[in-house]
Structure formats: structure tokens, C-alpha cells
Write a protein that binds this ligand. Sequence first.
Ligand code: F6P
Length: 555
Amino acid sequence: MLLDPDHFKPSIPQDSPNPLWQQLADHKQVFAGTTIAELFEKDPQRATQFSLKTSGLLLDYSKNLITETTRNLLAELARKAGLRPAIEAMFNGDEVNCTENRAALHVALRGGYKGEQHLKINADIQDVQARMQAFVTQIKQKTWLGYTGKAITDIVNIGVGGSDLGPRMVYEALRPYQSQEIKVHFLANIDGNDFVNIVHGLSPETTLFIVASKSFTTLETRKNAEAARAWFLACGGAESDISQHFVAVSSNIKAAVEFGINERQVFSMWDWVGGRYSLWSAIGLPLALGLGYENYKALCCGAHQMDQHFLTAKFEQNMPVMMGLLEIWYQNYFGANSHAVLPYDDNLRRLPAYLQQLDMESNGKSVNRSGKALEYSTGAVIWGASGTNGQHSFHQLLHQGTQLIPVDFIVPLRSSNPISNHHSLLFSNAVAQSRALMVGKTLTEAKAEITEQGADLQRIEALAPHKTILGNRPSNVLLMDSVNPETIGSLIALYEHKVYVQSVLWDINAFDQWGVELGKQLSQAIMDQMEETERNLDFDGSTNTLIQRFRSGTL
Ligand code: F6P
């Protein structure tokens, strides 16, 4: 049903000069009568043929609806779409961010840039990294003290979006590597709950705030930084002590200094680093402080390994390319519009939230690079939660729902916290879920199962359809050697490049985010009118009424 070729009319570029779009639509008919399970019956070596290994990761993509021909057609689609020059353009520092006329050189932050500006850019990066390392050393060696002479024990990173999600996710993922002397907290939401919950139990004498904002204009971050300063002063700190307890990370040094951050304590970043691609820049300062500078560098090293793989591997053997092409295959040819990422490692539970911004803010676009409205689908909804928890929450829909939802299962071979046989049970569950999506349970199998349970014929006939699982649902299994700084770095780079692959094939700009501007503008307009209580409200009836209810404090 879901994967019947005729179930969904391909949503692909019409009249494209790339003939592979239509060739793949024709090829899709192959799967009219072939299931993923049958592909294994035809080729017992399939798992080997559809697995890739690089940078501490192994991708088993054999439980997908693809054959050798499909893979070749998808790779040819990418070649004809100009993916190779697009990859080289990004690594060369070309202005791949076409609406802001900027490069997207996050690969340079981990040593991947060899373009003509490499002397200057690499020198700038090394300068900032040296400053980060020196700062981390001062904090760790207690040569940087609070205003009462005590060592800094708590770091509060004030940032949102790309200035929060990446560092927050990595800090959680690498929990076993966290320093015991310096704890990192992440404050992002403008909601007072977040601020109060974070500072609860902290002392201004031993707390250092990092105001992390590429633009230094983001409302949430500025308001939270002001709240932090007020809290610091109210708890005993003096204006003259501010500089010992506040640093900043920004590309807008002027604004950071105007806010009151000592210029020598602003760690710079550049306009060619997109927010959601920035954890490798000084936005990663909380990681260097909370995990140790060496582990922060190891993270970058892991990403660099994946960069080199992405840059050099043939598309058919290229992990980010194949993952991106599979996404195109299910979204544009089978109508999938969401993708589940299920990490079977509880320290990776924040990975889906991080990938939501990376993927949805990059590929949630509906005009092409030339500004022309698209007639085909692009970015999917990215969601997920750590396993095995999701099995008791949304896996019912994955197995028996009416939507095709491709799944990435991510699971380490070795647990960071091996107790009893828990990791074997976790691993077996991850593998079982991937297999269950593929094989399902036939009506006959369901009837046999119910019969064995002693049910009468009427009960068997009534219950069996409810226990039948169609199967033939695709999933990837991504094995990690273990969860460590290098493998987390390569995992993140893998998804960064997968997102880029899709953006190139869809001919969209992965590096801007104009869609978030309207909400910010409207919230400012509404805020202005909310504060002027006598002013007549000139929005729609719903908005006006909601504002009035807020003003009156009554429902
Ligand atoms: O959501 C919009 C956005 O600009 C993101 O792209 C960015 O990561 C976030 O806000 C925070 O921006 P800044 O780092 O400039 O505060």
C-alpha cells in the first residue's frame, strides 16, 4: 500500500534537464511486487553490498527499498545534478549561501579548507582556538577566579538555536567525558522558567556566563543576558566585577562590547559559519570548558574524517550522499514527509532536537536558489526520541500507521555505562525494530499466533486483522563503534553533509533562514501593543482577543 508505486505520484521537477528524475520514476515500478524482505531472499549477501563504513561509523542501509540499479540511478541523478562541483564549491569557500552572498565554511573550522583564502582563514581560526584554549586553561588552573577569589565551578551558556542546540546535545552525548569541577548549564528560552531553573542553586561568585549569539541581536539571548547581569548584581556582584563573570561569542563584536562585554573577552566567529553549523567555532566554548579542550578538538577531528570521506568517496560508496539520496527517494518518489531519528543511547536523546534545526531550518524551503516557487516537495519533518523509550510511545504508528516514515536507528556497539546485560538488550531491541519494520506479520502468522493462544475461531477472525503488520518499511541502522568525541564529531558531520546533498538536488539554499523573520517582526509589533494598554489593537479578532485576555489576566 504505502510503497505501491501507484500510491503516490512522484513529486519531482517537471521538464528537468536531468533525465534521471523521470528515469527513477519509471524505475519505481520495479517495486510493484518486490518487498525489501524478498530482496534479501534473492541476495543473501545484500547486507554486505549495502553497507558503508567510515570514521567510526557503519551504515547498514540494506533494509531499504533499493536495488543495485536504484543505487546507480540515484548516484547518476546526483552526478547530473552537479553534486560533485557543489561539494567542491562548499569546501572551496564559494558563496554557496546565495541569498546572503556568503560561503558556508564550517568544514574550515575542523581543518577542511584548502581554498585560496586558506592562509588567512586558517590563521583566524587558529587564533580563536588558541584564545579558547588559553581561556579554558585559566579556568581549569584557577588562574581566572570569580570576584571573591573563588574558582569558577559553573558555566551558563546563554544562547538559542545554533548557539545552543549543538553544544547542548554534544555535552549530553559525551556525559562520561564531563568535567567534575566545571558544570555547564544551557539557558535558551525567553520563558522565565528557564532562567529561574538554571540559576537555582548557582552562586554569582563561582558562575561564568557565556553570551553566545552570532548576530548578538537575538531577543531571547539579549534578554537572558540582561537577566543574568541583574541576577549577578542583585546577588552581590558589582559592575566592576562583570568582566570576570561574562564573556561572549559573536560575529558582532561591536554589539557585544556595547552590551558590556570586555572586548578582549569576545570570542569571534565569522559570517561564513551558519548558526546551525557553528558548534565547531567558539560556539563550542562550553564544550571545551565542560569536556576539556582536547575532547573538543577530538570532536572536530571526527568531523574532519567524515569531511574527507564526503569530499573524496564515490557517490555509491559515500555515506552522506547515500543517506541524502535515500531521503530523496522516499520523499519525492514515495511521499514520505517525515523522518525519524532514533538513537539507542540515552545520552544521545537530544540528537533529534539538534537535527531538527540542522535539517528543517536548512531544507524547509519552497523556492529554488533563483527564487522560483518549487513544484516538488523538499524538507521533511525530523523527529525522534531515544530507544527503547519510543517503542512504548510512537512505534505503534511506525509499524501499523498509514504513513511511510523512514527511520534511522543509531546504536553503539559498546555502551558508555555497561551494567548487567542492559546493552545487549538495548542493541537487540534496536535491531529487532529495524527487522520488524521490514518483515511485519502476515495475516496467516497473526491467525496462527492467536490460535496458539487458544482463541476460538470467531476471536481469531476478529482479532487477526488488528495484529497484522504490513512490514516492508525502510530503515537504516547506523552503528557507532562507541559514543566518543570522534564518533560524535563524524556523526554530526554526516548529517550536515546529508542535509547539504538534499539541498543541492532540490536546488535550494541550505544556509539561509528567511522564514523565521516574520514571527520575530510580528511578536515585536504585538509586544508593542500589549504594553500600550490604552491603545486600540489592530490585529485580527483572535489576536486582539488573546491580547485582551492577557492584559486582563482572565480567560
Ligand atoms: O532561528 C533563527 C536563528 O537565526 C538561527 O538560525 C540561529 O542559530 C539562532 O536564530 C540564534 O542566532 P544567534 O546565534 O545570532 O543568536
